[in-house]
Ligand binder design. Structure first.
Ligand code: FEO
Length: 400
């Protein structure tokens, strides 16, 4: 048996690393890859918690067999049905035909729909319980993190929370999987990028889930992506998730703009300089043509101030900025201060479009929007400074 797989006692890590896929969900870049975590509880009754992307099934099965040999697995607990975790269900069922799948009402329709798998089921409701022998598991339904069937499994014996995507992050697990044994540095930013892009729309569902977990004595979080969290890291992960799901943010400003020939970018520079002159330290600038939207969204979750700029293009707002506006609205981000600016050559449309966005977003509009014809003039510098100062003043009002 491979001792390196032990998480705690009879619980083993049997997940895999994906360093091949360029885009998670076909959308989000994976510069550090991603892990698909699965756990095996080798008790009197053996249970597998979630599976992995089907491309990694052979490695996954080998890891399982290294631990339990030819002994059967009795239960497959499905906390989440997105195919990065459920993808190996059909093959697991082929190898372990008598396995009983554990899920909630929403889970089983998806298993049949995605994989045509039926058979014996263990249907759980919120708070239901399953004893494996030494380990006693309790199930908590946590719908809409970020799919309707999502649930979490709490091992009351060891205080281990199998949290599905909850508390997950991008980034592979290089060598080890427990936070205390690896360098977790890159996982913190990647956790915010993961949360904001994938789960971000569902803040109120996350808040409900956190309330359910409040009374549990969680000693270890085993999510489906990224490190296993313990000790101070575990507390930090909980705090971060709580803040992100309340749309709470730090003092700072994201200035995001489109630009074709650098004129609109000059407006962004003038605004940023004024913000800095007014004592705002955290200023993040994104040119939409260079920064992938997932990094921009991540920074918008991080900072309270948002200033958006765009040229007019074919009598519309610059298309890459239009796309970003829609991504912001979809996530239903709340409580941001918004400023905006735009440019045009012969007829302006960008600023009008951003006024519509401002209304839909329900963000608090700060300062006067700036609209520039063709290129920077003295008046444009003054207007940009005024916008920067208005944003700085608004942010400083919130200081304790
Ligand atoms: Fe990691 Fe929602 O799947």
């Amino acid at each position: 048996m491979n001792r390196k797989s032990v998480v705690k006692g009879k619980i083993h890590y049997v997940g895999v690393n994906d360093r091949v896929k360029p885009l998670f969900e076909g959308l989000w870049p994976l510069p550090y890859g991603v892990s698909y975590n699965s756990y095996l509880i080798d008790d009197e009754t053996i249970a597998l918690v979630d599976t992995v992307d089907v491309c990694y099934f052979e490695i996954f099965l080998r890891k399982i067999k290294n631990i339990i040999g030819e002994r059967p697995i009795q239960y497959l607990i499905i906390n989440h049905m997105e195919p990065d975790h459920s993808g190996s269900i059909r093959l697991i069922k082929q190898h372990y035909p008598n396995i009983v799948i554990v899920g909630n009402k929403q889970t089983f329709g998806m298993i049949e729909g995605f994989y045509g798998v039926t058979g014996e089921q263990y249907l759980v409701k919120d708070g239901d319980y399953l004893a494996l022998g030494h380990h006693k598991l309790r199930f908590y339904l946590t719908p809409m993190i970020h799919w309707p069937e999502t649930m979490m499994t709490f091992d009351e014996t060891e205080g281990i929370l199998f949290s599905g995507d909850g508390f997950g992050s991008f980034g592979t697990l290089d060598g080890g999987f427990v936070d205390s044994c690896i360098n977790t540095e890159r996982h913190w930013d990647e956790m915010i990028r993961y949360y904001s892009n994938i789960v971000g729309k569902y803040g109120s569902a996350v808040q409900k889930a956190l309330q359910k977990l409040n009374d549990l004595d969680v000693k270890m979080i085993c999510s489906t992506h990224g490190p296993i969290w313990t000790g101070e890291h575990l507390k930090k992960v909980m705090r971060m998730t709580d803040r992100l799901s309340r749309y709470d943010a730090d003092e700072g400003v994201v200035i995001v703009y489109g630009t074709m020939y650098g004129n609109t970018e000059q407006m962004a520079e003038a605004i940023a300089e004024e913000l800095c002159a007014q004592g705002i330290k955290h200023i993040v600038m994104h040119n939409v043509n260079k920064s992938h939207s997932s990094y921009i969204i991540s920074d918008i979750f991080r900072y309270r101030g948002l200033i958006i700029g765009a040229p007019t293009y074919s009598n519309q707002i610059y298309p890459e900025v239009e796309s970003l506006l829609s991504k912001i609205l979809v996530r239903d981000i709340k409580d941001r201060y918004l400023g905006y600016f735009g440019s045009f050559c012969w007829a302006g449309a960008a600023v009008k479009r951003m006024a519509e966005f401002a209304e839909k977003s329900r963000f608090e509009v700060v300062g006067d929007p700036v609209e520039m014809k063709q290129a920077m003039k003295e008046i444009t510098y003054t207007q940009c400074e005024n916008l920067g100062r208005a944003m700085a003043d608004r942010l400083k009002k919130d200081r304790g």
